[in-house]
Design a protein around this ligand. Structure first.
Ligand SMILES: *Cc1c(COP(=O)(O)O)cnc(C)c1O
Length: 484
């Protein structure tokens, strides 16, 4: 098996310098709290030694990671570029402008906001920007006021009630939607009257006619498209048509698949940015940047998104915005397109590897970066499958399948993603081997009685899988040339 390192491993060219930087940094940390230096070294060793198939994770380059460890962390910069509530923000302005510029260029968006600390923050900024634009601004105009502070107590109370009484239509959790799309345990479900659209019970695919029917009946202010566990592409042009027909704002949450948009695997109707009014994303999943969020918007919504601080956010994480600028600069390189294509090709290979070994996939396959395996045919719950795989060194996460009989805790599925291991250089052959190893573990694991959590793995299987994966991992090293 050969490593296809031509498409991967950003940072190999400066690995020697990065090694020196990390050794020096760890020596400094060691002198203050050695247990943290130790945990940091162990984390790298563990990540290097495990088959990481968690669909929402990746490995950012040393350039991205090193950018976060600076004195930008010490600076307060509430406000926006050129309009800060704090003095001496000239260098933060440089950083935030560059992050936004790279994001606009990369995604072809009229406006980008680089401050959100995470995906959930990006969604909160987007929700409130939409509420501010569509409910608060007209409400103020109707009352002849310019600013919320000009309203009487009574008028403000009325407007506040209106802001808290809007409707949102998003994808259901069990068919791949995200908690932040209006589900009760999350603040979005407490803010909005929420309804869900699901997928077709036969094909597992989004049925756009059913989405349109739900939108016509429910008349949401916001239609959310985007997912965390749907293994197929979405037609965002159709979603926009549906939104327009019912007067909804289309919000696309591309947290999971932003790397495939950036890498031009998703184009035309599958590229959300030209179709959505507002697009949100994380920066640390398939986009391979630092842990953070990003909001893209049309000119109409830009002014409200720009007020994300103080609306939702406090001081921006300027050190992380700097790392976003570095990661987005990397994503604008031609090599990132090859990476993104490989992520999608590898998911195909993984899916075929499962199918030819008799395993059941939700929707029968994939055309993005993730594969959802229904483990009920192995007689296991998602919880048992996840634990057994982990015992064999395969890191995945359990996930509900549509109409899951085992609920959201035990589940019946395992979600696999290709972004992380593709960064290590895994190609089609390696992902076929991964499918073989996973099926080896699951077909040799048995549920204990009627337990949804307990299981036993046949003797020798975990060791055999560990040894086989160690071989492929060694041939595709994480951060090649980086030594601590
Ligand atoms: C991961 C994810 C989020 C949340 O991102 P965090 O950075 O963990 O807050 C939001 N939406 C979707 C669709 C996601 O997949």
């Amino acid at each position: 098996m050969t490593a296809d390192s031509s498409i991967s491993a950003p940072g190999t060219e400066y690995a020697a310098t990065a090694s020196e930087a990390y050794r020096a940094a760890l020596a400094v940390i060691e002198s203050v709290e050695p247990r943290i230096a130790d945990a940091t070294r162990k984390e790298l060793a563990d990540q290097r030694d495990s088959l990481k198939l968690i669909a929402s994770e990746n490995y950012a380059s040393p350039a991205v990671l090193l950018t976060m460890g600076t004195w930008f962390s010490d600076k307060y910069a509430e406000g926006t570029v050129g309009h800060r509530f704090y003095a001496a923000c000239q260098n933060v302005d440089t950083v935030e402008s560059l992050a936004a510029e790279h994001a606009r260029e990369l995604f072809g968006a009229p406006y980008a906001y680089a401050q959100p600390h995470s995906g959930i923050d990006a969604n909160l900024v987007a929700f409130w920007a939409i509420l501010a634009t569509r409910i608060e601004a007209p409400g103020l105009a109707e009352l002849g006021a310019k600013h919320v502070n000009d309203l009487s107590e009574q008028d403000w109370e009325k407007l506040r009630n209106k802001l808290g009484n809007q409707r949102l239509l998003g994808m259901s959790l069990d068919t791949g939607g995200h908690l932040t799309h209006g589900f009760r345990p999350n603040i979005s479900g407490k803010m909005f009257h929420q309804r869900s659209y699901g997928t077709d019970a036969q094909t597992g695919l989004i049925d756009y006619d059913a989405v349109a029917a739900a939108a016509r009946e429910f008349k949401p202010l916001i239609l959310v498209a985007g997912y965390s566990a749907y293994p197929r592409r979405v037609n965002f042009a159709k979603m926009r048509e549906i939104a327009d027909e019912v007067g909804a704002t289309l919000l696309v949450d591309m947290a999971h698949f932003a790397g495939l948009v950036a890498g031009k695997v998703f184009t035309g109707d599958e590229d959300p940015v030209p179709h959505a009014h507002v697009t949100t994303t994380t920066t640390h999943k398939s986009l391979r940047g630092p842990r953070g969020g990003l909001v893209l918007a049309t000119e109409e919504y830009a002014p409200a998104v720009d007020k994300g601080c103080p609306m939702v956010l406090g001081g921006p994480l300027s050190h992380v915005m700097a790392a976003k600028a570095v990661a987005l600069a990397e994503a604008r390189q031609p090599a990132f397109r090859e990476y993104a294509q490989a992520v999608a090709d590898n998911a195909q290979s993984l899916a075929e590897g499962f199918t030819k070994r008799g395993a059941n996939l939700v929707t029968g396959g994939t055309d993005n970066h993730l594969v959802l395996l229904d483990v009920t045919s192995f007689g296991l719950t998602g919880r048992q499958a996840e634990s057994a795989l982990l015992d064999a060194g395969v890191v995945t996460n359990r996930n509900a399948v549509p109409a899951d009989p085992n609920g959201a805790w035990y589940t019946s599925g395992i979600r696999f993603g290709t972004p992380a291991l593709t960064t290590r250089g895994f190609g089609a052959a390696e992902f076929d081997k991964v499918a073989e190893l996973v099926v080896d573990v699951l077909s040799n694991t048995q549920a204990e009685g009627s337990s949804k959590a307990k299981y036993t793995i046949a003797d020798g299987v975990a060791d055999r899988v560990h040894a086989a994966s160690a071989e492929i991992l060694a041939a595709n090293p994480l951060y090649p040339g980086l030594t601590l």
